[in-house]
Design a protein. Structure first.
Ligand SMILES: Cc1cc2nc3c(=O)[nH]c(=O)nc-3n(C[C@H](O)[C@H](O)[C@H](O)COP(=O)(O)O)c2cc1C
Length: 448
């Protein structure tokens, strides 16, 4: 794909495309980048009374959650208490623990010795403390409320010796970790818990698969659904990104291994009154322009920031069939060029949202040949956003917003299209803090 290809095409449409791309061609050099708790709890004793540290209200920050692979999660609370859930994967156990949670005793959830660095009074809660006399207990600790919930319901996991946990932090954020499970009886009651972030195992071998876990996600009805414990290969990474991509749960959020995200309370984030916000975007992984092979697309990184900031819902526009290559940026550009030339409408996966539930819709995509990827037009053809407030954003290699705003105005003449944001693709991968500041500033400016 280069300017020569474009010139060689006949007709006014191609000249238009050429004009659109001249500005971009100056900056977008199409040379393929070389892809380029003191150890007092080793015997699992519950030591709730040992918690003496006071919550320091002045230093409240957001809760931080790091996914470490398999079912292992590290959480740092607003008041800097450190929680490890199902210690096993990863090697970043240097922060001293204040609370260790184990969902059940299988080796890949119960490597408590890995958490050898523990603060005095560190609490350990395993399934044995969580279920007493066949009853699920609750632990109201000074820095987090721990509510064990049902887990199991399959031949490998017995409901009497497995739990999931719902954690409620002081800023109101609620996180659910399913542990190892299939669909449970309790899940249909869990929607009333108003969970913000829900992790579901989706391995499909020892537990439920992607389909069943998507059903469970609908029942639990959390704001964000995160796939974990989905790798059956025993690889070092302990996370199957492809399987996660294929999961069709609503409001899906994929967290890569070793990625840390900030969890903010919905009320704090959403400064748009009672309106509900949806972020619709496309984004592609694999070999990409100027960033080599990426595991999370540039636009998805920006979408995540918007979603986190506004407690928005998510819909990622994804092709129904695996039509975009991940191994070659060049091949991808050729396919995209043909799609643009043909005004193609590639088939997309099911639309899982109801547009009537939303007032404000952020619409984002990578710039492909000076335009939205054609797959976005498949969605635009199916979803009427007239009457809504639309906020466009792009990531790009030099072409900026590429008229996303005016294109949306043309498509939806009765929508209010607000000022868009264009982010340089490479910055999303290597200058996340800078991008985050830009995104926050823009959101404050356009939404008030
Ligand atoms: C098929 C294709 C066409 C592209 N065309 C342009 C373009 O016209 N202008 C531009 O600035 N960047 C272009 N890029 C670069 C992408 O817009 C940029 O890398 C973007 O951040 C990728 O986002 P993603 O990782 O979310 O898919 C193109 C990339 C691809 C794969």
């Amino acid at each position: 794909m280069n300017i020569i290809d474009i010139k060689s095409r006949k007709g006014g449409k191609n000249m238009k495309i050429l004009n659109k791309l001249i500005a971009f061609s100056l900056t977008f050099v199409l040379i393929l980048q070389s892809i380029s708790c003191a150890q007092n709890s080793a015997n699992n004793n519950l030591n709730v009374n040992g918690v003496t540290s006071k919550v320091n209200n002045e230093n409240f920050k957001n809760v931080k959650l790091k996914y470490m692979g398999q079912a292992t999660v590290r959480i740092i609370t607003e008041d800097n208490k450190v929680i490890y859930v199902d210690p096993f994967a990863g090697d970043d156990y240097s922060m001293p623990a204040d609370l260790i949670l184990q969902t059940h005793s299988h080796f890949d959830h119960a490597d408590l010795e890995k958490v050898s660095n523990r603060n005095q009074g560190c609490i350990v809660i395993t399934e044995k403390e969580a279920i007493v006399n066949a009853k699920h207990q609750t632990f109201d600790l000074p820095f987090v409320k721990v509510v064990p919930v049902e887990a199991g319901y399959n031949q490998n996991h017995d409901v009497n010796s497995c739990v999931g946990y719902v954690l409620e932090f002081k800023n109101g954020i609620k996180v659910y970790l399913s542990g190892d499970t299939s669909k449970t009886n309790q899940m249909s009651e869990m929607a009333s818990m108003n969970i913000d972030y829900a992790f579901f195992c989706t391995d499909g071998k020892f537990n439920m698969d992607n389909n069943e876990a998507a059903e469970c996600a609908k029942l639990v009805n959390a704001k964000h659904n995160i796939p974990y414990h989905n790798d059956t290969s025993n690889s070092g990474i302990r996370f199957d990104r492809k399987k996660a991509e294929e999961w069709t749960a609503p409001n899906k959020l994929i967290i890569n291994v070793n990625e840390e995200i900030e969890l903010k309370a919905g009320e704090e984030k959403n400064n748009m009154g009672n309106s509900k916000t949806l972020v619709i975007y496309s984004s592609f992984i694999g070999e990409q322009y100027s960033v080599g092979v990426i595991e999370k697309g540039n636009t998805e990184i920006v979408a995540d920031m918007i979603i986190e900031n506004l407690a928005a819902d998510r819909y990622k526009v994804e092709p129904k069939n695996d039509i975009y290559p991940r191994d070659s940026y060049k091949k991808l550009t050729e396919i995209a060029s043909k799609e643009l030339h043909d005004s193609a409408r590639p088939e997309i996966k099911d639309i899982t949202f109801d547009i009537s539930n939303y007032d404000t819709i952020f619409v984002g995509a990578p710039v492909w040949w000076g335009d939205f990827p054609m797959i976005m037009y498949t969605l635009f053809d199916k979803v009427d956003m007239n009457g809504k407030t639309i906020v466009p954003f792009s990531t790009h290699g030099g072409s900026g917003l590429s008229g996303f705003d005016s294109k949306l105005k043309r498509l939806y003449p009765n929508a209010k299209v607000l000022k868009g944001l264009a982010i340089t693709g490479t910055d999303t991968q290597s200058r996340k803090d800078k991008v985050k500041n830009e995104v926050e500033k823009w959101i404050k400016e356009v939404i008030n």
